[in-house]
Ligand binder design. Structure first.
Ligand code: GLC
Length: 653
């Protein structure tokens, strides 16, 4: 059952598409206050778990920390961080149906449809207290009760609309790096993959392809005939996937800038002038994605690249990221001058903290406004909708411009609702072992919030990757819908052919391609049935106390369980099987190791160049022969592995 409560005068975010009548009475769980801002409080018992929050730090069970929904351009995802790039305000409080004597009605879901900053203190200030709060008492609250957390999630998914489905090639492998600039950089990537017989479907174009980082331009020197270059790659069955940044360069004569100013489609300061902030191109204006006309206008700009043969995009810097604004710079300058004049005393750590806030200053987000159907709304109050509406602009445009085609798209910033238009990549992570685990833990949480086409920068964006980290991370990436290796300029090059054993990478990527029929089928089922592709063990084995606490193994689809290795120099890992399962190891010679293992605790050995997968009892999965591109996969080679008498419904389109 879903009940909708209205507090104050909420902003219409369009996150929920189903019509839910207003509930009468007071919500069944927790205490609410809308006197000073808004707050919700609920007493947690020791066995309560709290799921959800999509792209957020820490565990699958979010209990024990404080999370702040505020789309943030922060690349250092250490354990102490409260905000990442996405803002997904859906949680499920699970009474733990495994707890004897507890009624199952003790579980409920909450979606706080509020686009400003929102704080989820989930047993941080007090271990036994959940509080959710925000400054303005204007929001919709959806309270969902159901049989168990899994049922609650599926009810929620039904009211937010169907998840985005990408084209099939998007299930192939994509190579990316910030720094590919000239056509030969891209040709080299293509050549090397083909020469080493490593499957490849996409090469990503980072900001260097543009003319001075101007959206919807290409560098005329490097790409004098861009459509021809796109076509050259397509002849090799490789799609080029360009990045699009949110900020539009301020440059007289640049058509998009001129048009945006003329039509009033950029966000404005209080005095009505266009707000300016420095991002990659230098000073930029931010398109007003919350204004439906501006959204249409910006979406239409993608035509330039679609016409050149482009079939996929990644939308970036759309929190929006701000390196600095003139106002912010002036404030910092004034502060520093006071220190230099001796008017202010300071500590060196204070100095470094203040100067850091030049980028993405909260003050800057209060300096510009949106025009929402003629009403002026200050950005900070709707901050978490900005990136989501950039992708919505594009998604709506694709329906108009290329109605018969699916376009690949994923975004960095997001809000629930964007899942209908786009996928997500989880932004600038690091080549850290802990980030393999963080990647794993985010998958089910993102699915709970509707995001199915998801993935992390495999191998890590910042810092230097090692061959073993890359291999272990890929053995997880094999299963994520978005499988992309991306890294930052200046870091160690991490294309597979840069390492000593390209043949190991060939093998791992081939495993991915062998599994595409299964992954695609499970993806389509999840999208069509408002289901999860990745489930915590607790959602499937809710009566098993041990399984309910496991966070480094996931149920993938309905047939398999994954248990990746995320520690360096490990020869394998402990695994808990809630029921009998078949361990399958994809061995580097292309053969399979298969062993039926009884329920219980095990230690499995997995070499660096092997990919482990468990098939659940009485299930089987399809497998094809590998090919070096998705379009070359041959369904005639399809076999099934697992329990031979099982049935499997293969969904294709
Ligand atoms: C941002 C993106 C990253 C990209 C870089 C340059 O940091 O998150 O993926 O490579 O900008 O465009």
């Amino acid at each position: 059952m879903i009940q909708k409560y209205t507090f104050g005068a909420p902003f219409e975010t369009d996150a929920v598409v189903a019509l839910i009548p207003a509930a009468s009475g007071t919500p069944a769980f927790g205490n609410f206050s809308a006197d000073h801002g808004f707050s919700f409080a609920y007493d947690l018992s020791p066995d309560h778990k709290v799921y959800g929050l999509g792209e957020a730090n820490r565990g699958i069970d979010k209990r024990g920390y404080v999370y702040v929904s505020c789309c943030s351009d922060d690349p250092i995802h250490t354990e102490d961080k409260h905000s990442l790039y996405g803002a997904h305000n859906f949680i499920i409080v699970s009474g733990g149906s495994d707890a004897p004597g507890r009624p199952s009605s003790d579980s409920f879901g909450l979606f706080f449809d509020y686009p400003g900053t929102m704080t989820f203190d989930i047993g941080y200030s007090h271990r036994d207290l959940l509080t959710v709060s925000c400054d303005k008492p204007d929001l919709y609250l959806y309270m969902i009760t159901g049989e168990d957390p899994y049922d609650i999630v599926r009810q929620f998914r039904r009211i937010i609309g169907k998840s985005y489905i990408p084209p099939k090639f998007a299930f192939g492998y994509g190579q990316s790096r910030w720094g590919y600039t000239v056509p030969d950089d891209f040709r080299k990537v293509a050549d090397q993959h083909r020469e080493h017989d490593i499957p490849l479907d996409m090469i990503y174009m980072d900001i260097e392809y543009m003319d001075h980082y101007k959206d919807f331009t290409v560098d005329p020197q490097n790409f004098p005939d861009f459509p021809a270059f796109v076509n050259e790659m397509k002849q090799r069955d490789i799609r080029l996937i360009p990045i699009i940044d949110a900020g539009v360069k301020v440059e007289p004569g640049y058509q998009i800038y001129e048009e945006g100013v003329e039509k009033g489609y950029f966000c404005k300061r209080e005095d009505g002038t266009e707000f300016e902030a420095c991002v990659w191109p230098g000073m930029t204006h931010f398109p007003d994605f919350l204004n439906h006309q501006a959204r249409k206008w910006f979406g239409d700009q993608y035509k330039f690249l679609l016409d050149a043969g482009i079939e996929g995009f990644w939308n970036d810097m759309n929190e929006p990221a701000i390196f600095f604004s003139a106002e912010g710079e002036a404030e910092i300058r004034a502060w520093m001058e006071k220190i230099l004049q001796g008017e202010l005393s300071f500590h060196s750590f204070d100095f470094s903290d203040r100067s850091k806030t030049l980028a993405n200053r909260p003050e800057d987000y209060c300096r510009f406004y949106h025009d929402v159907n003629g009403k002026r709304v200050r950005h900070d109050q709707v901050h978490n909708l900005y990136g989501a509406n950039m992708s919505r602009a594009a998604g709506e445009a694709f329906v108009r411009l290329v109605p018969d085609k699916r376009i690949l798209m994923f975004s960095r910033a997001s809000y629930i609702g964007m899942h209908r238009y786009s996928g997500i990549w989880t932004g600038d992570n690091m080549s850290w072992w802990s980030h393999i685990l963080l990647n794993l833990k985010m998958l089910p949480s993102l699915n709970m919030c509707g995001f199915l086409y998801i993935g992390a920068d495999l191998g890590g964006f910042g810092c230097d990757a090692t061959e073993d980290l890359m291999l272990r991370w890929l053995a997880l990436g094999v299963f994520t819908p978005l499988m992309r290796n991306h890294s930052a300029a200046g870091t160690r090059e991490q294309e597979f052919y840069q390492f000593d054993h390209p043949e190991d990478f060939r093998h791992v990527i081939q495993v991915r391609y062998r599994l595409i029929p299964y992954l695609y089928s499970e993806y389509l089922k999840a999208a069509q049935n408002d289901d999860l592709m990745f489930k915590p063990l607790a959602f499937v084995y809710s009566q098993d106390r041990i399984a309910c606490g496991i966070e480094d193994q996931l149920i993938l689809g309905n047939e398999t369980m994954i248990a990746p290795i995320y520690t360096q120099n490990a020869i394998g890992r402990p695994v808990y099987l809630p029921e009998e399962m078949m361990l399958v190891k994809f061995l580097p010679d292309g053969t399979l190791y298969q062993e039926i293992m009884p329920a219980g605790h095990h230690f499995i050995e997995v070499a660096l160049n092997e990919v482990p997968l468990f098939i659940r009892k009485d299930r089987k999965i399809p497998l094809v022969k590998a090919a070096n591109r998705v379009s070359a996969l041959d369904m005639e080679t399809l076999i099934y592995i697992g329990y031979p008498d099982a049935l499997y419904e293969l969904v294709e389109d």
